[in-house]
Design a protein around this ligand. Structure first.
Ligand code: F6R
Length: 587
């Protein structure tokens, strides 16, 4: 997700402060960064693809400057490269931008007719040119910015430098957040509090359509009538760490709490809208799904739903196996690659091979502009936002959501809209249950089993992976009916077994299997959407019953939170479990 930081002050160290601000925003995720700074009454721009370290190498920190704006870019319009990264500059204006200008194509047309030329594929360069275009008529910066707020559609937070007024830094916003922070003999703009915390904790929240004109001593805020308004100064009471975790103890917990909005964003992107750059699924007579880890687990759920409801055969394989085996695909096959990072080496290698064979490919990807997104013929983005905790939660849930959407699309089912709108609240209710007391019952155990049948088995696999990766407790998922063929020998008195049953056609069978392990002393945690009161379980976690197409999205939430609470009681490094990396770019 993009980040903005800007500085104007008497201390002449604009470059250092803005670079610092950018580093503080790194946690949001980005794929390029850039800075514009004034020196000798000229605006200079340096931008680099990749990590801020690349930018640091290109910037001369000895240059004295009293005005700078910086940006970390998370690609949306155009791939992550130097040209597309911000700041963008057109004639007298240089800007950084968070958000999306939705009517940029229309604006571009008008600008092309007025002899503007463009270097990048971004909506931001169009916005910058449009500001310049209006300024040529208005010859007044405030009037110009006020006018563009009436023309730009979508969301934006803009930091703006104009060559005609290098004594001031300007900012304006709609929907995307922007703060104006106050220092001594210097002031700042930023998209988030963490960017300014090293310098000050005092800030003003800019409202939609308000314009800020800032210099070293003054902050002026104007409303849409271009009248000066008085704003309350707020004080952030907390540390940098707490500011980026938004009050949550761990990123993993924060990300689980974001799941209701992740579901909403993902659904809103694809349902009731024209699908763009996605395949005509009905043209294929079989699908392959290739992925690693949790993404593979969503593929298994996807297979279950698509086969059951759309009656299309689906083959699922982990990428490291798919890559080296003989695969049966042809022109009627669509191969789907699922990846949060879009950079997983095994997944990417399979994608390249399938592409070489001339087979259609679809990437279900979270990181915009990532390799899997770029290499795939079609892309469906999951709208999870930047995920920082190594163990995936919200991106996994977004992947499940995309598979539900694909299935609904395949069977042309529009009947679930009421249920879909209730899902965010149901997720929220599940998040707010007490999992700590359950975790206390199992956190000291050395082995924990997960069992389920059908779709519940695939969710068990994810529950088990989550638990073992962050708590380091050995955990295995089994098909409930398969235990008696070997694994049941591991069950002893008090061995925790987390049993999942949401498919009522299989409940009786699953209960029989639970009773088999209960008879051997297992401690049963029963996760179900059914109203069963019995003595075969020790703890019951109730989840709301919804259509099977949406059920996995609810079932997974308690499993993620049990893993979290167990790891917390064991004092594990929850966000950065040992030996694991967020993006696995080696084979
Ligand atoms: C587990 C986890 C991993 C990833 C896997 C694939 O919590 O995060 O199992 O799911 O490494 O990564 P992506 O989705 O980035 O391809």
């Amino acid at each position: 997700m993009c980040g903005i930081t800007g500085y104007i002050g008497k201390n002449n160290n604009a470059i250092k402060i803005v670079m610092h601000g950018l580093e503080a925003l790194e946690y949001r995720g980005y794929d390029s960064s850039g800075i514009a700074y004034t020196n000798d009454n000229k605006v200079n721009i340096t931008k680099e693809k990749g990590k801020i370290n690349n930018l640091k190498k290109s910037v001369d920190f000895n240059i004295k400057s009293n005005l700078a704006i910086g940006h970390t870019r998370w690609a949306t319009h155009g791939e992550p490269n130097k040209v597309n990264s911000h700041p963008h500059s057109v004639n007298k204006f240089t800007i950084v931008h968070n958000g999306i200008i939705e009517n940029y194509i229309e604006l571009k047309e008008e600008l092309l007719n007025n002899n503007y030329v463009f270097k990048s594929s971004t909506d931001t360069e169009i916005a910058c040119a449009y500001i310049d275009f209006i300024y040529k008529k208005e010859k007044d910066i405030l009037k110009t910015l006020n006018q563009v707020t009436k023309i730009f559609r979508g969301s934006y937070a803009l930091g703006i430098i104009c060559n005609d007024d290098l004594d001031n830094l300007y900012a304006v916003r709609k929907t995307s957040p922007l703060i104006i922070a106050q220092g001594k003999d210097e002031n700042y703009i930023a998209s988030d509090v963490p960017a300014i915390l090293k310098c000050t904790n005092k800030y003003i929240l800019l409202d939609d359509f308000q314009i800020a004109k800032i210099n070293s001593d003054n902050i002026e805020i104007y409303n849409q009538k271009l009248e000066l308004v008085t704003k309350e100064t707020l004080e952030f009471d907390g540390t940098y760490e707490s500011s980026i975790k938004n009050g949550f103890e761990h990123f993993m917990l924060k990300e689980i709490h974001e799941e209701p909005s992740v579901f909403r964003n993902t659904v809103n992107t694809y349902l009731n809208k024209n699908f763009k750059n996605i395949p005509n699924f009905s043209k294929y007579n079989n699908l392959h799904i290739v992925a690693c880890g949790s993404a593979y687990h969503t593929g298994l759920v996807g297979k279950y739903l698509i086969e059951k409801y759309a009656n299309i055969p689906v083959y699922v394989e982990v990428a490291s196996e798919y890559r080296y085996k003989h695969n049966f695909y042809d022109k009627q096959t669509l191969v789907i690659f699922v990846s949060q990072s879009g950079e997983t080496a095994d997944t990417l290698a399979c994608l390249k091979k399938v592409k070489e064979d001339g087979i259609d490919t679809l990437g279900i990807v979270n990181v915009v502009g990532s390799s899997v997104a770029r290499e795939s013929k079609y892309v469906m983005y999951t709208k999870a936002g930047c995920e920082i905790a190594v163990a995936t939660t919200k991106a996994y849930l977004a992947q499940l959501t995309v598979f539900s959407i694909i299935t609904m699309y395949l069977i042309n089912d529009k009947s679930l809209s009421n249920e879909i709108s209730s899902i965010p609240t149901l997720i929220d209710n599940l998040i707010n249950k007490d999992y700590k007391s359950i975790a206390k019952e199992i956190y000291k155990d050395k082995n924990i089993f997960f069992i389920g049948r059908g779709i519940d088995y695939f969710l068990s696999m994810e529950g088990s992976l989550k638990l073992k990766e962050i708590s380091y407790i050995n955990s295995v998922a089994y098909q409930a009916g398969e235990l008696k063929h070997g694994t049941i020998s591991l069950i002893e008195k008090n061995t925790p077994v987390i049993a999942i049953s949401t498919d009522n056609t299989l409940t009786e069978k699953t209960i029989s299997n639970i009773k088999e392990v209960k008879a051997r002393g297992a401690k049963i945690i029963f996760v179900t959407n059914q109203n069963i009161i019995d003595n075969f379980y020790d703890i019951k976690i109730d989840i709301p019953k919804v259509s099977e197409l949406l059920q996995p999205i609810l079932t997974i939430v308690p499993l993620q939170l049990i893993a979290y609470e167990v790891a917390k009681l064991n004092k594990c490094d929850i966000d950065k479990p040992r030996n694991l990396a967020k993006s696995v770019t080696v084979e």
